[in-house]
Design a protein around this ligand. Structure first.
Ligand SMILES: [Zn+2]
Length: 208
């Protein structure tokens, strides 16, 4: 083995050792190290040496919703508007609580104000913050609708999500194209089918 190659290998080992030492100060990074070594991965390999840090950071980001108060983002303004408002094509990603794998997709949101409206960017923020948890898609839409109802008190709201789940795509049935759609209706959307129809029409006619 050439001296240059030997020294490069040694450098990589030193780097891996330093990262493993650093990881000891962070419990999550240490747990990722343990997971990797249980799986037989060589932590001295150059591609794995920074992985515990990255994976810990990734899962913290994917679960940041637990450390936020979702209703805090919902600053409201007075308005006379009492018509349907639709915010569409809001991308989101969340974690399946059964496998801790990602599911991702789009949500469409509609509401009918009752004297108060919210800033446009607040709805995507609410959705993305609430999705940054390990939660089934069925409960996610319900919780978003309930949070919006209690923070803004509109006449009603509708949340529709369509997601593709990695746990369905990469394991078990391995259905790459399967999608799930979940809907939550609150207030006037439950009582008036014509309002849901209007919502669907707005979505059909929107510019894509
Ligand atoms: Zn799953």
């Amino acid at each position: 083995m050439s001296m240059a190659l030997e020294s490069e290998i040694q450098q990589n080992r030193n780097m891996a050792f330093r990262l493993q030492e650093a990881a000891k100060s962070d419990r999550l990074e240490r747990i990722v190290c343990e997971l990797m070594s249980e799986l037989g991965l060589d932590l001295a390999d150059q591609h794995f040496s920074g992985t515990p840090v990255r994976v810990a950071r990734l899962y913290r980001e994917l679960t940041r919703g637990y450390r936020l108060d979702p209703s805090e983002t919902l600053k409201t303004f007075h308005s006379k508007c009492s018509e349907l408002i639709v915010i569409s094509d809001i991308n989101f990603n969340s974690l399946c609580p059964h496998h801790l794998l990602i599911y991702r997709g789009k949500m469409h949101f509609g509401y009918v104000p009752n004297g108060r409206i919210v800033g446009l960017s607040k709805i995507p923020r609410l959705i993305q913050n609430m999705a940054s948890r390990a939660i089934v898609q069925e409960d996610l839409v319900s919780e978003i609708a309930d949070t919006f109802q209690s923070a803004v008190s509109p006449l009603g709201c509708l949340v529709r999500a369509t997601g593709r789940h990695d746990c369905v795509a990469v394991r078990g049935v391995k259905c790459h194209e399967a999608q799930m759609t979940t809907v939550a209706l609150r207030g006037v959307f439950r009582d008036k089918a014509s309002l849901v129809e209007e919502f669907n029409q707005v979505l059909t006619r929107r510019e894509t």
